[in-house]
Design a protein around this ligand. Structure first.
Ligand code: RFL
Ligand code: PHB
Length: 389
């Protein structure tokens, strides 16, 4: 097989890049390790920045999102002293869209099918070759038979555990990492959401988040120790703990129901630099991970896609060979902005096992600033709705 851009990974980053490139007239072949059903069963992100929403529209995949997504122009922070709202319009002219990653991924698969894009799923033993030369290729097995794609460029969109990032020699890669001493236990339930907008709760028993997917589908998270196992948490225990950590007025009216999905996500910050090696470009979770507190992971994947799409079209369609040289630096500037914000929100809202009384007072003082200072809320709003490109 032969194509212009081989894309590894059929998560949101790979699909969105493939969709944008195909519409610009650039040929792609996408290879995904798992089945489409498996990819679509993963419950993950729920909040889209405005620029992610715009990119989905530009990709011709935004119609259902515009019909069914829930625009939010604020979120709530809950503290030991009560709850206050961060109004996004105080800081910027932007909103976010509550729309599940599962739905966004499905829309992208449907859009790819509609334009006849090539997606090969259940590809085993995907490997990259010759990325530092002029003739890179990707090999894999499909139904046991060996396959090979010759291409001009490779986009590594295969997530944190994928094959792309390790292809960059260890001596070239610089990895930055921070692992947090807790995880999030998440539960999806076909119930009415706790409130109209998201509630991020700082509580002595640990962080909690009340989020949603629609008017009849709720998504909740509670902070748990890194050692916690999902099988040790009954639904009843989860709801009990969530109620303790949410404001009493919200807990009193919380609708409790069955759990559709329950899982634990560890929290880490991770960046691998540079994001380019020869003709290989790393995109999304393959290059960086943020703790979910700032709702940035999927949005960063989308901003990487935008930068790479612009660079690839400039090079392939307009002969601007320098455009690709700037991809890594441009993407990393925005990534570190989101890294800082996600770390800040995580530090502000969680209970750390070694938190001293001093640390506690600093956290409370920072929350007080947010409650009382419009400029502090404005800074949060700008970061939450998405830093400028
Ligand atoms: P993905 O989604 O991991 O997709 C990578 C794809 O590559 C495939 N793959 C391979 N394919 C071929 N060969 C190989 N060797 C391969 N190895 C892997 C995988 O099967 C997969 O299909 O990465 P991508 O596309 O970069 O997208 C990133 C996002 O999925 C991720 O950042 C977000 O889910 C993070 N995240 C959130 N992001 C937000 O923007 N807003 C949120 O509200 C938000 N909430 C969350 C989150 C992540 C969470 N978890 C579970 C980590 C909440 C949670 C709980
Ligand atoms: C979600 O709905 O899954 C969600 C929302 C906001 C976050 C993280 C996750 O910060």
């Amino acid at each position: 097989m032969k194509t212009q851009v081989a894309i590894i990974g059929g998560g949101p980053a790979g699909l969105l890049l493939s969709q944008l490139l195909n519409r610009a007239g650039i040929a792609t072949i996408l290879v995904e390790k798992h089945s489409r059903a498996h990819v679509l069963a993963r419950i993950r992100a729920g909040v889209l920045e405005q620029s992610t929403v715009e990119l989905m529209r530009e990709a011709g995949a935004g119609a259902r999102m515009d019909r069914e997504g829930l625009p939010h122009d604020g979120c709530n922070l809950s503290t030991a002293h009560g709850m206050f709202r961060v109004d996004f319009s105080e800081g910027c002219n932007a909103q976010v869209m509550v729309y599940g990653q599962t739905e966004l991924t499905k829309d992208l698969y449907d859009a790819q099918d509609a334009i006849g894009a090539t997606i090969i799923d259940e590809a085993e033993d995907v490997a990259l070759h010759g990325v530092d030369g002029d003739a890179p290729s990707v090999t894999f097995r499909k139904n046991g038979a060996p396959q090979r794609i010759d291409c001009d460029y490779i986009a590594g969109c295969d997530g944190f555990h994928g094959a792309s990032r390790p292809t960059i020699p260890a001596g070239v890669r610089h990895e930055f990492e921070k692992v947090y001493p807790f995880g999030w236990l998440g539960l999806l339930s076909p119930t009415r959401p706790a409130a109209k907008e998201l509630i991020y709760a700082n509580h002595p028993r640990g962080f909690a988040l009340a989020s949603m997917r629609s008017h009849s589908l709720s998504r909740y998270y509670i902070q748990v120790p890194s050692s916690a196992r999902v099988e040790d948490w009954s639904d009843e225990d989860f709801w009990g703990e969530l109620k303790r950590r949410l404001p009493a007025s919200v807990a009193a009216t919380l609708e409790i129901g069955p759990s559709i999905e329950k899982s634990i996500a560890p929290l880490r910050s991770f960046v691998s630099e540079p994001m380019r090696w020869g003709r290989l470009f790393i995109v999304g979770d393959a290059a960086h991970i943020v703790p979910p507190t700032g709702a940035k992971g999927l949005n960063l994947a989308a901003s990487d896609v935008r930068y790479l799409y612009e660079a690839l079209t400039a090079t392939i369609l307009n002969g601007d060979v320098q455009a690709l040289d700037h991809y890594s630096d441009r993407a990393l500037t925005r990534i570190w902005g989101a890294m800082r914000f996600s770390w800040w929100m995580t530090s502000l809202l969680h209970r750390f096992p070694d938190q001293s009384d001093f640390d506690q007072k600093i956290q409370e003082s920072e929350l007080h600033q947010l409650e009382t200072l419009q400029s502090a809320r404005a800074t949060m709003a700008i970061n939450y709705t998405g830093l400028p490109y």
